[in-house]
Design a protein around this ligand. Structure first.
Ligand code: C2E
Ligand code: MG
Ligand code: MG
Ligand code: MG
Length: 273
Protein backbone atom coordinates (compact mmCIF):
# COMPACT_ATOMS: atom_id res chain seq x y z
CA UNK A 1 0.00 0.00 0.00
CA UNK A 2 2.76 2.34 0.97
CA UNK A 3 4.52 1.59 -2.27
CA UNK A 4 1.56 2.24 -4.60
CA UNK A 5 0.68 5.44 -2.80
CA UNK A 6 4.29 6.45 -2.53
CA UNK A 7 4.58 7.55 -6.09
CA UNK A 8 1.26 9.36 -6.24
CA UNK A 9 1.92 10.79 -2.81
CA UNK A 10 5.22 12.10 -4.03
CA UNK A 11 3.69 13.61 -7.18
CA UNK A 12 1.02 15.23 -5.09
CA UNK A 13 3.64 16.68 -2.77
CA UNK A 14 5.65 17.85 -5.74
CA UNK A 15 2.67 19.70 -7.24
CA UNK A 16 1.74 21.21 -3.88
CA UNK A 17 5.29 22.37 -3.37
CA UNK A 18 5.39 23.88 -6.85
CA UNK A 19 2.15 25.77 -6.16
CA UNK A 20 3.50 26.96 -2.85
CA UNK A 21 6.69 28.23 -4.48
CA UNK A 22 4.69 29.97 -7.25
CA UNK A 23 2.50 31.65 -4.65
CA UNK A 24 5.51 32.87 -2.69
CA UNK A 25 7.22 34.18 -5.80
CA UNK A 26 4.05 36.02 -6.83
CA UNK A 27 3.55 37.40 -3.33
CA UNK A 28 7.19 38.50 -3.32
CA UNK A 29 6.74 40.38 -6.59
CA UNK A 30 3.60 42.02 -5.25
CA UNK A 31 5.43 43.02 -2.08
CA UNK A 32 8.26 44.54 -4.12
CA UNK A 33 5.70 46.59 -6.05
CA UNK A 34 3.93 47.60 -2.84
CA UNK A 35 7.16 48.88 -1.28
CA UNK A 36 7.85 50.93 -4.40
CA UNK A 37 4.34 52.42 -4.67
CA UNK A 38 3.10 53.18 -1.14
CA UNK A 39 1.16 49.92 -0.83
CA UNK A 40 2.55 49.54 2.67
CA UNK A 41 2.11 51.86 5.61
CA UNK A 42 2.85 52.16 9.30
CA UNK A 43 0.57 51.91 12.28
CA UNK A 44 1.73 53.17 15.67
CA UNK A 45 0.99 51.69 19.07
CA UNK A 46 1.48 53.80 22.21
CA UNK A 47 3.76 52.77 25.11
CA UNK A 48 2.77 54.23 28.47
CA UNK A 49 5.16 55.04 31.30
CA UNK A 50 4.39 53.52 34.67
CA UNK A 51 3.60 55.20 37.00
CA UNK A 52 2.43 58.41 35.35
CA UNK A 53 0.39 56.96 32.55
CA UNK A 54 1.87 59.18 29.84
CA UNK A 55 2.75 58.12 26.29
CA UNK A 56 6.54 57.97 26.35
CA UNK A 57 7.02 56.13 23.05
CA UNK A 58 5.17 54.57 20.12
CA UNK A 59 6.08 51.40 18.23
CA UNK A 60 5.95 51.47 14.43
CA UNK A 61 4.23 48.35 13.06
CA UNK A 62 4.24 47.75 9.33
CA UNK A 63 0.99 47.05 7.42
CA UNK A 64 0.45 45.78 3.88
CA UNK A 65 -2.90 46.48 2.27
CA UNK A 66 -2.99 43.98 -0.58
CA UNK A 67 -5.37 44.86 -3.46
CA UNK A 68 -7.13 41.45 -3.35
CA UNK A 69 -6.12 39.74 -0.08
CA UNK A 70 -6.78 42.82 2.07
CA UNK A 71 -4.66 43.49 5.11
CA UNK A 72 -1.77 41.01 5.39
CA UNK A 73 -0.27 41.00 8.92
CA UNK A 74 3.52 41.46 9.27
CA UNK A 75 3.96 37.94 10.66
CA UNK A 76 3.01 36.72 7.17
CA UNK A 77 5.23 38.89 4.98
CA UNK A 78 8.25 39.92 7.06
CA UNK A 79 9.43 36.28 6.94
CA UNK A 80 8.92 36.23 3.16
CA UNK A 81 10.87 39.50 2.85
CA UNK A 82 13.69 37.97 4.89
CA UNK A 83 13.81 34.97 2.54
CA UNK A 84 13.86 36.92 -0.72
CA UNK A 85 15.99 39.85 0.40
CA UNK A 86 13.24 42.47 0.21
CA UNK A 87 13.67 43.04 3.95
CA UNK A 88 16.45 45.54 3.16
CA UNK A 89 14.18 47.81 1.08
CA UNK A 90 11.21 47.21 3.36
CA UNK A 91 13.25 47.94 6.48
CA UNK A 92 14.76 51.09 5.00
CA UNK A 93 11.30 52.33 4.05
CA UNK A 94 10.03 51.61 7.58
CA UNK A 95 12.94 53.43 9.22
CA UNK A 96 12.57 56.52 7.05
CA UNK A 97 8.78 56.68 7.44
CA UNK A 98 8.94 56.10 11.21
CA UNK A 99 11.58 58.81 11.76
CA UNK A 100 9.67 61.29 9.57
CA UNK A 101 6.51 60.67 11.55
CA UNK A 102 8.15 60.93 14.99
CA UNK A 103 9.99 64.12 14.07
CA UNK A 104 6.58 65.88 14.27
CA UNK A 105 5.74 64.54 17.75
CA UNK A 106 6.56 66.22 21.06
CA UNK A 107 10.26 65.71 21.84
CA UNK A 108 9.69 63.46 24.87
CA UNK A 109 7.94 60.81 22.75
CA UNK A 110 10.28 58.21 21.26
CA UNK A 111 9.77 55.95 18.27
CA UNK A 112 10.47 52.20 18.40
CA UNK A 113 11.29 50.42 15.14
CA UNK A 114 11.54 46.64 14.70
CA UNK A 115 14.66 45.52 12.88
CA UNK A 116 15.31 42.04 11.49
CA UNK A 117 18.65 40.27 12.14
CA UNK A 118 19.18 40.20 8.36
CA UNK A 119 19.09 44.00 8.22
CA UNK A 120 21.76 44.18 10.92
CA UNK A 121 24.08 42.03 8.80
CA UNK A 122 23.88 44.53 5.93
CA UNK A 123 27.13 46.55 5.94
CA UNK A 124 25.06 49.59 4.82
CA UNK A 125 22.73 49.40 7.81
CA UNK A 126 24.42 52.03 9.98
CA UNK A 127 24.39 54.45 7.02
CA UNK A 128 20.70 53.73 6.42
CA UNK A 129 19.89 54.66 10.01
CA UNK A 130 22.05 57.79 9.86
CA UNK A 131 20.32 58.87 6.65
CA UNK A 132 16.85 58.30 8.10
CA UNK A 133 17.78 60.45 11.11
CA UNK A 134 19.41 63.21 9.03
CA UNK A 135 16.61 63.30 6.47
CA UNK A 136 13.88 63.56 9.14
CA UNK A 137 15.78 65.73 11.59
CA UNK A 138 14.88 63.29 14.39
CA UNK A 139 17.30 63.37 17.35
CA UNK A 140 19.07 59.98 17.54
CA UNK A 141 18.20 59.49 21.23
CA UNK A 142 14.50 59.38 20.20
CA UNK A 143 15.04 56.27 18.04
CA UNK A 144 14.71 52.87 19.71
CA UNK A 145 15.80 49.87 17.64
CA UNK A 146 13.93 46.70 18.66
CA UNK A 147 15.69 43.39 18.08
CA UNK A 148 14.87 39.85 19.22
CA UNK A 149 17.12 37.47 21.13
CA UNK A 150 17.44 35.31 18.04
CA UNK A 151 20.12 37.55 16.60
CA UNK A 152 22.49 36.19 19.23
CA UNK A 153 22.27 32.68 17.84
CA UNK A 154 24.77 33.44 15.08
CA UNK A 155 27.57 35.73 14.27
CA UNK A 156 27.58 37.41 17.63
CA UNK A 157 30.77 39.48 17.23
CA UNK A 158 29.37 41.17 14.10
CA UNK A 159 26.03 41.70 15.79
CA UNK A 160 27.62 43.24 18.86
CA UNK A 161 29.66 45.57 16.62
CA UNK A 162 26.66 46.98 14.78
CA UNK A 163 24.72 47.33 18.04
CA UNK A 164 27.64 49.24 19.58
CA UNK A 165 27.88 51.52 16.54
CA UNK A 166 24.15 52.27 16.76
CA UNK A 167 24.63 53.04 20.44
CA UNK A 168 27.55 55.32 19.64
CA UNK A 169 25.42 57.49 17.33
CA UNK A 170 22.90 57.81 20.17
CA UNK A 171 20.17 55.26 19.38
CA UNK A 172 18.72 52.94 22.02
CA UNK A 173 18.79 49.18 21.59
CA UNK A 174 15.77 47.33 22.93
CA UNK A 175 15.56 43.57 23.44
CA UNK A 176 12.09 42.57 22.14
CA UNK A 177 9.97 39.49 22.99
CA UNK A 178 12.24 38.62 25.88
CA UNK A 179 11.95 35.08 27.21
CA UNK A 180 10.77 33.34 24.04
CA UNK A 181 13.82 32.95 21.87
CA UNK A 182 17.35 31.82 22.34
CA UNK A 183 17.27 32.50 26.04
CA UNK A 184 20.88 32.36 27.09
CA UNK A 185 21.52 35.13 29.55
CA UNK A 186 25.13 35.52 28.43
CA UNK A 187 24.30 38.24 25.94
CA UNK A 188 22.70 40.38 28.64
CA UNK A 189 26.16 40.63 30.15
CA UNK A 190 28.06 41.14 26.91
CA UNK A 191 25.77 43.83 25.60
CA UNK A 192 24.12 46.75 27.42
CA UNK A 193 20.49 47.12 26.34
CA UNK A 194 18.60 50.31 27.07
CA UNK A 195 15.36 48.39 27.58
CA UNK A 196 13.92 44.88 27.74
CA UNK A 197 10.41 44.01 26.55
CA UNK A 198 8.79 41.01 28.22
CA UNK A 199 6.99 38.89 25.65
CA UNK A 200 3.22 39.05 25.69
CA UNK A 201 2.91 35.27 26.17
CA UNK A 202 3.95 35.79 29.82
CA UNK A 203 1.84 38.89 30.31
CA UNK A 204 -1.29 37.21 28.98
CA UNK A 205 -1.05 34.41 31.56
CA UNK A 206 -1.16 36.89 34.43
CA UNK A 207 -2.20 36.65 37.22
CA UNK A 208 -1.33 32.93 37.04
CA UNK A 209 1.45 32.20 39.54
CA UNK A 210 4.08 30.74 37.21
CA UNK A 211 3.82 33.67 34.78
CA UNK A 212 3.88 36.10 37.67
CA UNK A 213 7.02 34.42 39.03
CA UNK A 214 8.80 34.59 35.69
CA UNK A 215 7.93 38.27 35.26
CA UNK A 216 9.03 39.03 38.81
CA UNK A 217 12.37 37.29 38.11
CA UNK A 218 12.89 39.14 34.80
CA UNK A 219 12.14 42.48 36.46
CA UNK A 220 14.54 41.86 39.35
CA UNK A 221 17.25 40.72 36.93
CA UNK A 222 16.75 43.86 34.83
CA UNK A 223 16.70 46.11 37.90
CA UNK A 224 20.00 44.63 39.08
CA UNK A 225 21.45 45.61 35.69
CA UNK A 226 19.75 49.03 35.65
CA UNK A 227 17.70 48.20 32.57
CA UNK A 228 14.08 49.45 32.37
CA UNK A 229 11.37 46.88 31.61
CA UNK A 230 8.40 47.12 29.25
CA UNK A 231 5.54 44.61 29.21
CA UNK A 232 3.80 44.05 25.87
CA UNK A 233 0.34 42.60 25.24
CA UNK A 234 -1.44 44.10 28.26
CA UNK A 235 -5.14 43.46 27.64
CA UNK A 236 -6.84 43.63 31.05
CA UNK A 237 -6.84 45.97 34.00
CA UNK A 238 -5.84 43.03 36.25
CA UNK A 239 -2.70 42.44 34.19
CA UNK A 240 -1.91 46.16 34.32
CA UNK A 241 -2.33 46.32 38.12
CA UNK A 242 -0.17 43.24 38.56
CA UNK A 243 2.63 44.68 36.41
CA UNK A 244 2.38 47.95 38.31
CA UNK A 245 2.82 46.07 41.61
CA UNK A 246 5.82 44.19 40.20
CA UNK A 247 7.55 47.48 39.35
CA UNK A 248 7.30 47.34 35.55
CA UNK A 249 8.40 50.66 33.97
CA UNK A 250 6.36 50.80 30.77
CA UNK A 251 3.29 49.04 29.35
CA UNK A 252 1.92 48.41 25.87
CA UNK A 253 -1.23 46.60 24.86
CA UNK A 254 -4.79 46.70 23.60
CA UNK A 255 -6.00 47.84 27.06
CA UNK A 256 -4.14 51.13 26.60
CA UNK A 257 -4.16 51.55 22.84
CA UNK A 258 -4.18 49.53 19.64
CA UNK A 259 -1.86 50.10 16.71
CA UNK A 260 -3.39 53.05 14.81
CA UNK A 261 -2.73 55.19 11.73
CA UNK A 262 -0.66 58.35 12.03
CA UNK A 263 -3.47 60.91 12.33
CA UNK A 264 -5.05 58.95 15.19
CA UNK A 265 -1.79 58.40 17.07
CA UNK A 266 -1.15 62.15 16.89
CA UNK A 267 -4.45 62.77 18.66
CA UNK A 268 -3.61 60.17 21.33
CA UNK A 269 -0.19 61.73 21.85
CA UNK A 270 -1.66 65.22 22.12
CA UNK A 271 -3.98 64.12 24.92
CA UNK A 272 -1.56 61.77 26.78
CA UNK A 273 2.03 62.84 26.18
P1 C2E B 1 6.33 42.84 18.06
O1 C2E B 1 7.48 43.69 17.71
O2 C2E B 1 6.43 42.03 19.30
O3 C2E B 1 5.08 43.82 18.09
C1 C2E B 1 3.99 43.69 18.96
C2 C2E B 1 2.86 42.91 18.30
O4 C2E B 1 1.91 42.59 19.30
C3 C2E B 1 2.11 43.71 17.24
O5 C2E B 1 1.59 42.80 16.28
C4 C2E B 1 0.95 44.28 18.06
O6 C2E B 1 -0.17 44.63 17.27
C5 C2E B 1 0.65 43.13 18.96
N1 C2E B 1 0.00 43.55 20.19
C6 C2E B 1 0.21 44.68 20.91
N2 C2E B 1 -0.55 44.72 22.01
C7 C2E B 1 -1.29 43.58 22.00
C8 C2E B 1 -2.30 43.04 22.87
O7 C2E B 1 -2.67 43.61 23.90
N3 C2E B 1 -2.81 41.83 22.53
C9 C2E B 1 -2.42 41.15 21.40
N4 C2E B 1 -3.00 39.97 21.14
N5 C2E B 1 -1.48 41.63 20.56
C10 C2E B 1 -0.92 42.84 20.86
P2 C2E B 1 1.80 43.03 14.70
O8 C2E B 1 1.64 44.48 14.35
O9 C2E B 1 0.94 42.03 13.99
O10 C2E B 1 3.32 42.68 14.48
C11 C2E B 1 3.77 41.36 14.68
C12 C2E B 1 5.28 41.28 14.61
O11 C2E B 1 5.74 41.59 13.30
C13 C2E B 1 5.98 42.29 15.52
O12 C2E B 1 5.99 41.81 16.86
C14 C2E B 1 7.35 42.34 14.88
O13 C2E B 1 8.14 41.25 15.29
C15 C2E B 1 7.01 42.16 13.40
N6 C2E B 1 7.03 43.49 12.75
C16 C2E B 1 6.06 44.44 12.72
N7 C2E B 1 6.47 45.53 12.02
C17 C2E B 1 7.74 45.26 11.62
C18 C2E B 1 8.72 45.99 10.86
O14 C2E B 1 8.51 47.14 10.44
N8 C2E B 1 9.92 45.37 10.62
C19 C2E B 1 10.19 44.10 11.11
N9 C2E B 1 11.40 43.56 10.82
N10 C2E B 1 9.30 43.39 11.82
C20 C2E B 1 8.09 43.97 12.08
MG1 MG C 1 8.57 45.08 18.63
MG1 MG D 1 7.48 42.51 20.97
MG1 MG E 1 5.97 39.98 20.46
Amino acid sequence: RAKSQGRNGFQFFDAALRDEIRTRVRLGNELRAAIASSGISLHFQPLYSMPGNRISACEALVRWFHPTHGMIPPDQFVGLAEENGLIHDLGEWVLRAACMEAADWPAQVKIAVNVSPIQLRNPRFLGIVENALAHSGLAPHRLEIEITENIFVQNSATNRDILRQLGRIGCSIVLDDFGTGYSSLGYLRSFQFQKIKIDRSFVQELPERSASGIIRAIISLAQSMDIPITAEGVETHDQWAHLNDLGCNQVQGFLLGRPQPSDMIRQSIMSHA
